[in-house]
Design a protein around this ligand. Sequence first.
Ligand SMILES: Nc1ncnc2c1ncn2[C@@H]1O[C@H](COP(=O)(O)OP(=O)(O)OP(=O)(O)O)[C@@H](O)[C@H]1O
Ligand SMILES: [Mg+2]
Length: 313
Amino acid sequence: MTAPDPGSARGKAGALEVEHVALELGGRPILKDASFTVAAGEFIGVLGPNGAGKTTLMRAMLGLLPLSKGAIRVNGAPVVRGNPSIGYMPQTRSGLAGRHVRGRDFVAMAANGHRWGLPLANAAARADVDRVLDLVGARTLAMRPLSELSGGERQRLLLAQCLLGDPKLLLLDEPLISLDPRHQTGVVDLVRSVQRELGITVLFSAHELNPLLNSIDRVLYLGNGSAALGTIDEVITKPVLSQLYGSPIDVMRVNGRIFVMAGDVEVDKLDHAHEDGPEGHSHSHDHDHAQGHGHGHGHGHAHHHTGTHSHDV
Ligand SMILES: Nc1ncnc2c1ncn2[C@@H]1O[C@H](COP(=O)(O)OP(=O)(O)OP(=O)(O)O)[C@@H](O)[C@H]1O
Ligand SMILES: [Mg+2]
């Protein structure tokens, strides 16, 4: 692991503090009592079986869902809807592949919002769009329509969209879904490099741990209504995972990869076996990309970023 010493940020207010949080949906308990603190500048992998509450927890951080108990603080402040310091990539991203809108215009949609018609705001929004496209190395590919981009390339533009407005915390919900393994690695590497460059905090949910192994600082594992946050060695263990799954779990390490097994079945294969369809989901949430970001606030910052990346995504 090449973690940048997230420990140095501990002791100060965490980037994300979750204290005895309970969450319910339709009267069903999703989380019962979750407590953890993410330090500023950490890259956290969020794992757990289908339905464990990964998406629900992210929505609670965005103020889209009331807490039934406990408190969440983002950069020391209570959760607020439309918080401009959080960038969000929702899990459901249906239909992007069929859209003929130019990549740049797609990214800009989330920046402009209601500000169309205000020349100064538009200039600032344009500068922000340039900034985020440079950050993900997508200035050139953003000239093409979404329908002509690969899944990995579209993913880069979605990441660019989340970076509008210069958020300090990114919530990325299943950015690897429906990508082939090569593109998965490219997306993880891209997020990691942008996260380091900006010094921001990232929560990155995924079905599978292995694509994240070399990038994440710590892992947040949800299951059985609770949450465990720690290093891979602390969390990806027989006792911790057996508790979170509510059944006996084995952890096998083979050639630098980790397999989480229930009996002789790999749990992520088991859980997500039904997710092979085009959109890959058996349930969906009412996300809308153009409004799911909480941006459109304060695009008047000066951005001095000039670097570009070239990633094989
Ligand atoms: N509107 C709703 N009303 C009631 N239950 C819901 C609602 N939305 C989601 N759920 C349930 O809440 C639980 C948590 O869902 P959530 O989407 O947060 O899980 P997840 O960990 O993100 O799962 P996945 O890996 O499939 O994305 C699931 O059992 C889901 O079926
Ligand atoms: Mg989810």
